[in-house]
Design a protein around this ligand. Structure first.
Ligand code: PEP
Length: 251
């Protein structure tokens, strides 16, 4: 069976409650029934309002991060159970801004991934190399390490629910998009690694999104590469027409 495409919007630390609800309503009207896996990840305080705006559509609700403990004295953190309670089905784990701005390690990302899976959430597990790492021909090494350590202790049954996102850090929010060849090459490597870890059948089934300056105008050629199964979209997901254009490019 061919893999379904999956386009997710990461709204990052943007929108107000009003603009978040408006954006969600607009997306519901434009692509709410599109035959594709879809999700949006608003800021935490707007999850409930966006959940209500998405009701009845095929657009899933995701969070941008999760903490790896269940509850207790962890000021400012949000548990997987809380996300589930708020209506989330998806959560981004290991986004490069959390790795490189906040300082999350592979071990922390792994703990978050395990906790999300344990709660029944679908983790959108992000990996990707820095520009200096690509220039030093270390892309494969870095991405392999992130995939291996991130998935440590994840059973095959749980791995079947993971979505990967290859997001070269030099392409995120920079307007510099990876060429379809560059992206496809790394996606194929990730799939090969997944095959080593979980066998060919699971590796064939797992969705691997590309992320990094995806727009309506460049989405088609990326989304039709053999190992690219969708997109994780930052900036362009804040404009309903752009996000719609990306989704339509993948249909
Ligand atoms: C992202 O934040 O995951 C992302 C890919 O951002 P942008 O589309 O803005 O590059």
């Amino acid at each position: 069976m061919p893999r379904r495409k999956f386009v997710a919007g990461n709204w990052k630390m943007n929108t107000t409650i009003k603009s978040a609800v408006e954006l969600a309503r607009c997306l519901v009207a434009k692509i709410g029934q599109a035959d594709m896996d879809l999700a949006v990840c608003p800021p935490f305080p707007y999850l409930l309002a966006v959940r209500d705006a998405l009701a009845g559509s095929r657009i899933a609700l995701g969070a941008q991060d999760v903490f790896y403990e269940n509850d207790g004295a962890f000021t400012g953190e949000i548990s997987a159970a809380m996300l589930k309670d708020a209506g989330c089905t998806h959560v981004i784990c290991g986004h490069s801004e959390r790795r490189h701005v906040i300082g999350e390690t592979d071990e922390i990302v792994n703990r978050k991934l395990l906790k999300a899976l344990g709660e029944g959430l679908v983790p959108i597990f992000c990996v990707g190399e820095l520009l200096a790492e690509r220039q030093a021909a270390r892309t494969l090494e870095v991405v392999s390490r992130q995939v291996r350590l991130g998935l440590e202790g994840v059973s095959a049954a749980d791995a079947a629910r993971v979505v990967l996102a290859y997001e070269p850090v030099w392409a995120i929010g920079t307007g510099v998009v990876a060429t379809p060849q560059q992206a496809q090459e790394v996606h194929a490597l990730i799939r090969k690694l997944l095959e080593e870890l979980y066998g060919p059948e699971l590796a064939r089934r797992l969705q691997i999104q590309y992320g990094g300056s995806v727009k309506a105008s460049n989405a088609r050629e990326l989304l039709h590469c053999p190992d690219i199964d969708g997109a994780l979209v930052g900036g362009a997901s804040l404009k309903a027409e752009e996000f719609e254009g990306i989704v339509r490019a993948g249909l």
